[in-house]
Design a protein around this ligand. Structure first.
Ligand code: NAI
Length: 343
């Protein structure tokens, strides 16, 4: 078929293959035109090809420039470097897009609809760390260097501002800590304000906020936010906070987006404690697939998928255990597919 869209599929580790199967069933029911090239990474990559990021996987994404990825296991402390971080670096996926929307009403926070845009490559996460030995303690002093560049800040902020306009967001909040980290996060604030004045003034409201105040306000009154844009470390923390407002990581999708490649994933990990039991909640990966449909300009299909998820969870009340329900992954998927097919 000429109108198919080549895309790389990485089932990943733990519950990855189970939630990927559920997502493929939903995408098939939608007749989404992805032509999948199935590849491995993480622990599955080590088992299949002796490498957590096999060259065949990298080659596939170089060709397709688009991927849907299950969670990848990363050993803590020692072992190999995170394949997720390597993928971001390799494809310069500088923007991490983390939407949070209330799907199941009646929780602690209702009617949340906001998005966190996180810088994905710079800041304190570049991995420049050292210890200094004092006497017989080799780890007496620990040091980390953070780097933010004008160009890196600008491209991320530009992405966020364009995304705000394209998706009808009314307000963007630049989050920083320029009162203390005057250079490292001051450059982000300064670049954002200048860019707004130059190109975006009047197209949406801009506010600036210190990260600690932002964390408090997100908990006290999250409805005052529309889009939060921030540096790597703050974005990592705040995007999980925001996921917590709408029911936790099981409901949180993410997109890693660069100038010419994008990888979509669930925010949660491989959940080894429930892997293989058939009880995982595939909603986060399903929502990531909906973001992927938006990304390839098939938002009508993305909206149908989001609506079917809403209806399955709320009208049919079919929910997995993490949401207080009793449905297996397969039963939830079946209910979702019938919602997609029958409305
Ligand atoms: P995790 O997110 O895998 O699990 C935390 C808790 O949430 C567990 O109790 C798990 O059962 C539950 N959970 C997570 N997703 C669920 C789902 N879809 N349905 C139902 N319950 C769910 O975090 P953890 O245990 O810290 O990490 C496990 C592995 O995943 C580690 O190797 C870590 O490095 C990796 N990881 C990978 C990520 C990625 O590939 N993007 C992101 C985060 C962690």
């Amino acid at each position: 078929m000429s109108n198919t869209i080549p895309a790389t599929l990485i089932p990943g580790d733990g519950i990855g293959p189970e939630i990927v199967d559920a997502t493929l069933a939903a995408l098939d029911a939608l007749q989404a035109p992805f032509q999948w090239d199935r590849q491995t990474a993480g622990l599955a990559g080590v088992k299949a090809a002796g490498d957590p990021l096999p060259s065949a996987t990298l080659d596939s994404i170089r060709r397709t420039r688009l991927a849907l990825k299950g969670p990848l296991e990363t050993p803590s402390g020692g072992g190999y470097r995170s394949s997720n971080v390597r993928l971001r670096e390799e494809f310069q996926l500088y923007a991490n897009l983390r939407p949070a929307r209330t799907i199941i009403p009646g929780g602690r926070y209702d009617k949340i609809d906001l998005v966190v845009v996180r810088e994905n490559l710079e800041g304190l996460y570049i991995g420049h760390e050292n210890y200094i030995r004092i006497d017989d303690d080799p780890h007496a002093v620990a040091m980390a260097t953070g780097i933010n560049t004008r160009q890196g800040c600008r491209r991320l902020l530009e992405f966020a501002f364009e995304h705000a306009i394209a998706t009808g967001r009314k307000k963007v909040t630049i989050v920083h800590k320029a009162n203390i980290l005057k250079a490292l996060t001051g450059i982000f604030l300064e670049t954002g304000v200048a860019l707004y004045e130059q190109k975006y003034k009047g197209r949406f409201e801009l506010e600036t906020m210190i990260v600690d105040a932002c964390a408090m306000k997100l908990v006290l009154n999250p409805w005052q936010f529309d889009m939060v844009v921030t540096t790597n470390l703050f974005g990592d923390v705040l995007s999980d906070l925001v996921a917590g407002l709408v029911g936790g990581l099981g409901m949180a999708p993410g997109g890693n987006i660069g100038a010419d490649a994008a990888i979509f994933e669930a925010v949660h990990g491989s959940a080894p404690d429930i892997a293989g039991k058939g009880i995982a909640n595939p909603t986060a990966l399903l929502l990531a697939a909906a973001m992927m449909l938006d990304h390839v300009k098939l938002s009508a299909l993305g909206n149908r998928l989001r609506q079917a998820i809403d209806d399955t969870l709320n009208l049919d009340q079919v929910r997995t255990g993490d949401l207080g329900g009793k449905a297996s992954t397969a039963a939830y998927t079946q209910a979702l597919v019938s919602r997609i097919k029958n409305g």
